[in-house]
Each structure stands twice: as structure tokens, then as C-alpha cells.
Design a protein. Structure first.
Length: 302
């Protein structure tokens, strides 16, 4: 079982694709949130997982619960929290690249350590891997819960996987982003980032820069259509992008992370990381063929 902690959001895509939010004729609701996307992708890949996340006591929260449960995510840790369920507006350009155009909510940052312990007791019991993202350190009760679970997992020998997934507009300063990235990197067994994440941190978009943030981790850098590379010990592995008919790219990195974890959480030894990178590339290719972070993996394209 993989345990995940992070944001669960409702993504609203401007339609038709290619429209701006202010010019859209309608909006398509999709399950979103970086860590929740990884959970849904893992479930689609047949990997048992449990998500810890906060939602509001509202219709959006109920929709998100249904969508996660439909693919097999254990939602016993998706808990009602103060505030509204987070909603994000997205627009997709003609090349399939998405951009964010507004956010509201608050419940996604209100999940507390106390709420988790009251609902689950020991959330790490029976857990083989723990995954989270830099978003948990953006503030609120979720930050306290995130720091607690990362340290608790490490203390018990549970490997920690981290996706940097930097959203610069959500941070008060680049210094605070850098502190969070270093804190997580120093505690991770696997550290994934995109070139855009490193640029947001003011770092070169190179594997060496990512590896410097997580000196004890397997560092995995994704480069979009140019594939990915990983530093495993002293060896650098490279993987090309799998062929895909790109509709939009929202969930590519999250699906990549899920594909990676689907292998490394159950395998070790020679060849495991090469297999993991191939599985990650294939999962990312499936994700970009749907509208919404996980629709391609769920079998949808529209």
C-alpha cells in the first residue's frame, strides 16, 4: 500500500479546448490536485493506495470522492475540512499546453495532523511507501501534517517519494520555495521534478541541480517530449518519451510519477529503475491523450 498526502482539487477546463477562461462556452469538471492525480493514476495502474486530503462539505467534494473511489483509491483519509473544496480554472492552448487561470477554495490546506490521527489512528501502519509534494509545505495545517508524516515515515524506514511540482504564485518568496525543496529533498528516497520546477527555483534545468537538492535520493528529471533522466547512485539513466496523441498535458508529470512508483514500490535490484522509467513514460503518454489529469488513464479522451 502506498500512502499519499496532498491536494485534492476540482479542475474546470475551458471548452472548447483552445479557449481562454473568459472566452469559454462551457467548462469540463475533472478531478485534479497533483498528489491526488498520482493516487488516481496509481489506482488505474492497479497499485493499492490511500490518499490523505482535505475537501469541503460540499457538492464538489462529493464529486471528487466519487471519482477517486471509481478507480479504486482508498479514500478513508479524504476528510471534510473547514472551507470550500478547492477549484482551479484551466485553459489549454492549441499545442495542448495548459495554464492556470484562477483558484478558489481552502479546504485542501486545512487537513490537520489531528484530523488524520482521529480518522485513521496510525496512518503509516501497513504502508510500504509514502508520497507527497512540495505543495504540502505552502502553509496551513497541511504543512504541519506534511512535516510530521515525512519525519515519521523516515523514522520507520518507509521510503519517501517527493514531487517538487513548484507553483511559484502560491509561495511568498523564492527563498521559501527553496527551503521547502531542500527540506523535502534531504528526506526523500525519490525526488522528481520537471525542468519548469527547477527554473521556478532559480536553478539550472539539469539533473545535477536536482540531485544537489536530494543528495541521498534517486533524482528523476522530466523533460516533456524529450523524455526523462534519472541519477541512480553514480549512474545516469535516460528514457525517451513514449509516442502519444497529445490532447492536453495537465497530468503528464503526475502520471509519470505514478508509473515510476508502480515499479519501484514493488521491485528492487538490477534493472528495476530502467523498467520504472519505461513504465513512467508509458503512463505519461496515456495521460496526455485525455482532457483532464487522469482521463487518459481512466480510458476517457474528452
Amino acid at each position: 500500500m502506498i500512502l499519499l498526502l496532498g491536494d485534492l482539487l476540482l479542475d474546470l477546463f475551458a471548452l472548447p479546448l483552445g479557449s481562454t477562461v473568459d472566452g469559454a462556452s462551457s467548462f469540463a469538471p475533472r478531478q485534479g490536485g497533483a498528489v491526488a492525480n498520482v493516487a488516481a493514476a496509481l489506482a488505474c495502474l492497479g497499485v493499492p493506495c490511500r490518499l490523505l486530503a482535505g475537501v469541503g462539505r460540499d457538492a464538489h467534494g462529493r464529486r471528487l470522492l466519487r471519482e477517486l473511489q471509481a478507480v479504486g483509491v482508498d479514500t478513508s483519509g479524504v476528510l471534510p475540512c473547514p472551507g470550500a473544496t478547492g477549484v482551479v480554472f484551466l485553459q489549454v492552448d492549441e499545442a495542448g499546453e495548459r495554464s492556470f487561470a484562477g483558484h478558489s477554495g481552502g479546504a485542501e490546506k486545512a487537513l490537520s495532523r489531528q484530523a488524520i490521527e482521529e480518522a485513521l489512528g496510525d496512518p503509516l501502519q501497513g504502508i510500504r511507501w509514502f508520497h507527497t509534494g512540495s505543495g504540502v509545505l505552502e502553509g496551513g495545517p497541511l504543512e504541519e501534517a506534511g512535516r510530521w508524516l515525512v519525519e515519521e515515515a523516515r523514522g520507520r524506514g518507509v521510503p519517501v517519494s517527493v514531487d517538487l511540482n513548484i507553483r511559484r504564485h502560491k509561495w511568498s518568496s523564492r527563498e521559501r520555495m527553496g527551503e521547502a525543496a531542500r527540506w523535502l529533498g534531504e528526506r526523500s528516497a525519490v525526488l522528481r521534478a520537471s525542468e519548469e520546477d527547477l527554473a521556478a527555483l532559480g536553478l539550472p534545468a539539469e539533473l545535477d541541480a536536482l540531485a544537489s537538492l536530494g543528495p541521498g535520493a534517486v533524482a528523476v528529471l522530466t523533460r516533456g517530449a524529450r523524455g526523462a533522466e534519472a541519477r541512480v547512485g553514480g549512474e545516469t539513466l535516460r528514457q525517451g518519451a513514449s509516442p502519444a496523441r497529445v490532447l492536453e498535458t495537465t497530468g503528464a508529470g503526475d502520471a509519470f510519477t505514478a508509473g515510476l512508483l508502480s515499479v519501484v514500490a514493488s521491485r528492487s535490484g538490477p534493472g528495476a529503475w530502467g523498467e520504472a522509467l519505461r513504465a513512467a513514460s508509458e503512463a505519461a503518454a496515456r495521460a496526455v491523450e485525455g482532457c483532464g489529469a487522469t482521463e487518459g488513464l481512466r480510458g476517457g479522451t474528452r
